[in-house]
Design a protein around this ligand. Structure first.
Ligand code: SF4
Length: 240
């Protein structure tokens, strides 16, 4: 089966990320301009590839961990599932699925046997602004989060700290409530980074083009606040 990817990133420790093209959301702060829009090969760097060929390409170098990123990998769930299945047949690789969780359950269930960790993205805890800014369906998202957590699936909540949306203590309080409600403990805060250069390369102007990076001090402040709310494992990560 073929699918569309926009790039592969490799790291020295044997980890790699595959970025899937296309997303169900249209977050104005997104750093993957190539991932926005319908799943067609019409953006710089996007290519169509067979799952088996992609596995062969990935295994040309040592590979211990693979992250399915994007974009939304579950928009191409059959391709993503075949990729993971073929990879696990050939080698034991720790596979991480990054998702916004905004897809119907039949698009999630088939891939689960091959996934070791889900990074579940939650940039906005206000249902109205999340829907308005990103086209999110909070009912679908929380329904999936509930079902995955009830299954006991390993989940890390990833929380982008977006200026004027989620870089505040109220959002951290809401995140603590969500962690408690869903029985989750692992959360990673991701400070906002200005991605205007990536958008320019794809011939877009980001609505966030004038907004500077969030400072590490600000992120650490929110990290400390959230860590005090409960027995959580809170870390600070980076975009991709
Ligand atoms: S969910 Fe992630 S990949 Fe999709 S538009 Fe939003 S930031 Fe970009």
């Amino acid at each position: 089966m073929k699918g569309f990817i926009s790039k592969i990133e490799r790291f020295e420790d044997g980890a790699a990320s595959v970025f899937f093209k296309g997303c169900v959301h249209h977050c104005p702060w997104c750093c993957e301009a190539a991932c926005q829009g319908a799943a067609a090969a019409d953006r710089p760097g996007v290519r169509e590839v067979e799952a088996a060929d992609l596995v062969a390409e990935l295994l040309t170098q040592p590979l211990q961990q693979l992250t399915l990123s994007g974009g939304e990998p579950l928009m191409q769930c059959d391709f993503a599932t075949e990729l993971c299945s073929l990879l696990k047949q050939q080698q034991e690789v720790f596979i991480i699925l990054e998702t916004c969780g905004d897809v119907p359950p039949p698009q999630i269930i088939p891939i689960l046997p091959y996934i070791d960790l889900i990074r579940f993205d939650l940039p906005d805890s206000n249902d109205m602004t999340y829907a308005a800014n990103c086209g999110a369906d909070p009912e679908m998202i929380y329904g999936n989060l509930f079902n995955l957590s009830r299954l006991g699936f390993p989940i890390q909540l990833t929380v982008p700290l977006i200026p004027d949306i989620s870089n505040n203590k109220q959002h951290m309080t809401n995140i603590a409530q969500i962690l408690d409600e869903f029985g989750l403990h692992d959360v990673m805060l991701i400070p906002y980074v200005n991605c205007q250069e990536a958008w320019k390369a794809a011939d877009f102007i980001s609505p966030f083009h004038n907004i500077p990076d969030l400072s590490l001090d600000h992120a650490q402040n929110l990290w400390g606040f959230l860590a005090q709310q409960g027995m959580y494992s809170v870390s600070i990560g980076s975009i991709k």
